[in-house]
Every structure is written in structure tokens, then in C-alpha cells.
Design a protein around this ligand. Structure first.
Ligand code: GLU
Length: 482
């Protein structure tokens, strides 16, 4: 049997990291087994589905390198893989289930249902649908239907009964049918519910394994019942543990960004995100947290996914991002830095400026955890009139010893023979000795005067890249401003 798995996002919002993790696990499983990874778009909720969100899904998966073999955008034997294009098929299946007696029309109005639900609750009975219209009989149902009375179609859940399945992650799961009401397949406006559309697609697309979030666990017996009524073969299910924040509560906006886009835009490398997300419910090896895509593919197994909640910890992710940034080939890092610096400056870099970025690149690469930190560590190179970070200025420049330190630095740096970091350092250290200043008192003013802030790449190398002329010009400008 060839594995066929799918990810089925609804384009009603930005791709959530939880869904991205589900996509990753499905992709890894497909790549490990030589199977097929399918992207389906669940856009039956036309009012809330937006093109922009579908785009976000495609871009997000592409960014993570999760290529799909069939589905939206790439095609395949089953049409467009968009549910909105398959409404006829869902209606057809509903018709077949009606004809076979596995489904029935229900004419109960929302207010009647509401009233009966309240009554049931007051009497301590389960609040689900009570099955009233199941007893109507075909003749009566047909008559009311023809008269144009609004109706939904419900599945006739076999009673008594039990649905069990062997979940790859959770082992045997059991649902008594007493706990499943006759749920809706088709709404009164003719639109299919998620349960119907998703199940019909899983059957038609011959999905072999459904790996999705544990929040859908209680939907699974419904899907198995529909599959059975359709005469389809039931896929193997794997319910992935939900994501929690570091405080042990279910991951939500309270914890910070939950969309993949926020991380795409936030200076994270897709390689780091990929690696980190692998660890959300799975582990490569107890002691190994950093590994390549190929290693993950080689080892990944759905049956090794843990039942325990997975903690999504942005701090750990940031740490891992730093590891990945430092491991980049310096040329690769610089290629990624160019556009970020140009974006920040709002113009293209000249050839000479690009050389400065190349020269400073390795020093910055060692110091950032996010690519978004790169521009602030580089753009000071290219500012005509340097803007100073206010706090840095107050803390460092308004100190008694700063004027004499700047004066001495200007004299000594004017006299440096060759403008290289080692000689610049020798001169400035001699200045510290002469004025009996420690590095903080003597060198920080030079840093703020030349880079605008106390946070910058190492000073002597930075001055070398900045060049003698600009360095002296900036030191004098800062001295004059004191
Ligand atoms: N469209 C559903 C969702 O985004 C798909 C769930 C499933 O994988 O069945 O939650």
C-alpha cells in the first residue's frame, strides 16, 4: 500500500503554527515512506474563506520546504483539490446515504432545537439532537421536503453501537454511540458540513493515514461512520498532541505569535523553524535537538509521536535560530543580509557599500539570533548624519571622562599608520592606559559616536570597515555635540 496523506487547511485565517506542524509531520511521514503528500483546501465556508489566506498557506508551506505531490496549485487525478469545486459530489454522497437509509431529513427548526436542548440540559440528559425526525418515515419526509420546508440532512448513527479505532499515537480509542448524536451532514442551505466534505474527500482521494490535531479526536468516530456508510475503507488515524505555551496552557495569542507568517517575517530561518517544529511531539534522539531535513526524513515515524502536550517555546526557537544563523556559510549569510539592509535603508547599496557589508558580515553573523537584527547592526555604516540611540547617548556620552576620551581618540586615530583593526586597537588601548580609563569608560563613547548605539559588532573591526575618514568625521561630530 502506498501511503497517501493530506493536509487540509481552511483558508479562514493565517496558517497557524499548529497546522504547520501537522503539515510537517504528514510531509515527513510521506517522504519517509515514499508516499504522496497532498494539499487540499477546505474552503466550503465561502463567507469566511479568503484568497489571501490560501496564498498564505501556499507561501508558508513553500517557505518551510514542504512540497506537495498532489493538490492545489500542482493538480493531480482528483480535480482542483478545493472543496468549493466539489459541492456536487458532496450532494451526491448525501443522496446516496439518504437512499440507503443511513441518513435522513430533519425539519426541526433552530428555535425548536434550542428549546429541547435546554430542556434536556435541565433534566440532566445529553444536549445533542434527540433523533425526533429519524422516526418520520420516508413518505412524510418526502412530502414535507416537496413542500419546500427547510431541512438539514443528518446521519442515522447506528444505535446501540460503539466505534473503536487504533490511533497511531493514542492507541485504542473508543466512542460509545450514545455519546454521538445524529449530526448534520448537509445544512438547510444545501452546504455540506466539515464532517461530510472532509470524509468524502478522504475516501475519494484514497487517503491512507490522517494525521491531524487532537482537537479533532471527537470528530473521528463521525468520519468513520460516514466512511462506513459510503463503503469506503477507513484510514489509519494519528491524533497529534496539541501545542501548549511554556506556561503549560493551550497555545494562543496570549503567548505571542501563533501564525507561521509572523515567524517568516520575524527573522527566522526556515531551516531552524523546520528543525524546531519537528520537536513538537517527536524527538530525533534524546540528546540530539539539531538535525538536518534528511536526518529527520530518515528517522521520522508517526508511531514515535508522543501523546503528551508539545510545548512551543519561542525562546528555544530563537536559540535554535541563532545556531542555524551561525552555521550558515558566510556568503549565504551575506546574501540574506543584503536585501534586509537595503530594505531598511530604502535604497540599493553601491558596490563599495556591499563590500563593507561583506567585511562586517561574519562579525554580525556571530551575534544575531534573528535576521531582523541584522539591519540595525549594519545600516549605521551608511548613514550620512548618524542618528544616536537616545539611551545610549545619555548613558555613555554624558559622562565626565567622555570629552577627553574622544579628544585623545581623535588624535591617536589621525596618526594611525595603517587603518587595520590590530593597529586601531593598539592605539586605543594605549589611550586607555594614558588616561587611566577602563574599556567601558574609554571605548563605549567611541562606539556610540561611530555607530550610534552601545550595541554593535566588535569595535576595532567595525572602525576598520567604517574607514578612517568616516570614523574621524563621526568622532568630531559627536565631540561637537557634547
Ligand atoms: N479543514 C480542517 C481544519 O483546518 C481540516 C481538519 C482535518 O485535517 O481533517 O481544521
Amino acid at each position: 500500500m502506498t501511503v497517501r496523506v493530506r493536509i487540509a487547511p481552511s483558508p479562514t485565517g493565517l496558517l497557524h503554527v499548529g497546522n504547520a506542524r501537522a503539515a510537517l509531520f504528514n510531509w515527513l511521514f510521506a517522504r519517509h515512506t515514499g508516499g504522496t503528500f497532498i494539499l487540499r483546501i477546505d474552503d466550503t465556508d465561502l463567507a469566511r474563506s479568503e484568497n489571501e489566506y490560501e496564498e498564505d498557506v501556499l507561501t508558508g508551506l513553500g517557505w518551510l520546504g514542504l512540497d506537495w505531490d498532489e493538490g492545489v496549485g500542482v493538480g493531480g487525478p482528483y480535480g482542483t483539490y478545493r472543496q468549493s469545486d466539489r459541492l456536487d459530489r458532496y450532494a451526491e454522497v448525501a443522496g446516496l446515504l439518504l437512499a440507503a437509509g443511513d441518513a435522513y431529513y430533519c425539519f426541526c427548526t433552530p428555535s425548536e432545537l434550542d428549546e429541547r436542548r435546554k430542556e434536556a440540559q435541565a433534566q440532566g440528559r445529553p444536549p445533542g439532537y434527540d433523533g425526533r425526525c429519524r422516526l418520520l418515515g420516508d413518505a412524510e419526509a418526502g412530502r414535507r421536503q416537496e413542500q419546500g420546508e427547510a431541512a438539514v440532512i443528518r446521519l442515522a448513527v447506528p444505535r446501540p453501537g460503539v466505534t473503536t479505532f487504533d490511533d497511531i499515537v493514542r492507541d485504542e480509542v473508543r466512542f460509545d454511540h450514545d455519546a454521538i448524536d445524529d449530526f448534520v451532514l448537509v445544512r438547510s442551505d444545501g452546504s455540506p458540513t466539515y464532517h461530510l466534505a472532509s470524509t468524502v474527500d478522504d475516501v475519494d482521494y484514497q487517503i491512507t493515514h490522517v494525521a491531524r490535531g487532537e482537537d479533532l479526536l471527537s470528530s473521528t468516530p463521525k468520519h468513520i461512520l460516514i466512511t462506513g456508510a459510503m463503503g469506503g475503507s477507513v484510514p489509519t488515524y494519528a491524533h497529534l498532541p496539541l501545542l501548549f505555551g511554556p506556561d503549560g496552557k493551550k497555545l494562543s495569542k496570549r503567548h505571542g505569535d501563533v501564525s507561521l507568517k509572523a515567524y517568516r517575517d520575524g527573522g527566522f530561518l526556515p531551516e531552524a523553524m523546520f528543525n524546531y517544529m519537528c520537536l513538537l511531539g517527536w524527538s530525533y534522539e534524546a540528546e540530539t535537538t539539531v538535525f538536518t531535513r534528511e536526518q529527520a526524513i530518515e528517522r521520522f515515524d508517526l508511531s514515535a509521536v508522543s501523546k503528551n502536550a508539545a510545548i512551543f517555546d519561542p525562546e528555544k526557537l530563537e536559540w535554535m535560530n541563532g545556531v542555524y544563523i551561525r552555521a550558515l556559510d558566510p556568503a549565504d549569510f551575506i546574501d540574506r543580509a543584503f536585501p534586509l539592509v537595503e530594505d531598511e535603508l530604502g535604497r540599493e547599496l553601491s558596490g563599495a557599500e556591499r563590500e563593507q557589508v561583506v567585511a562586517l558580515g561574519p562579525l554580525v553573523q556571530e551575534r544575531v539570533k534573528l535576521l531582523t537584527e541584522v539591519p540595525e547592526m549594519m545600516t549605521f555604516l551608511f548613514e550620512g548624519a548618524l542618528s544616536y540611540d537616545e539611551t545610549s547617548w545619555r548613558k555613555v556620552m554624558e559622562t565626565e571622562t567622555t570629552p577627553s576620551a574622544l579628544d585623545a581618540a581623535i588624535d591617536r586615530l589621525t596618526a594611525v599608520g595603517e587603518w587595520v583593526a590590530a593597529d586601531i586597537e593598539a592605539e586605543l588601548r594605549a589611550m586607555l592606559d594614558e588616561l587611566e580609563l577602563n574599556a567601558r569608560k574609554g571605548l563605549q563613547p567611541i562606539r556610540v559616536a561611530t555607530t550610534g548605539s552601545t550595541v554593535s559588532p566588535p569595535l576595532f573591526e567595525t572602525l576598520e570597515v567604517l574607514g578612517r575618514e568616516v570614523t574621524l568625521h563621526r568622532l568630531r561630530a559627536a565631540r561637537a555635540k557634547l
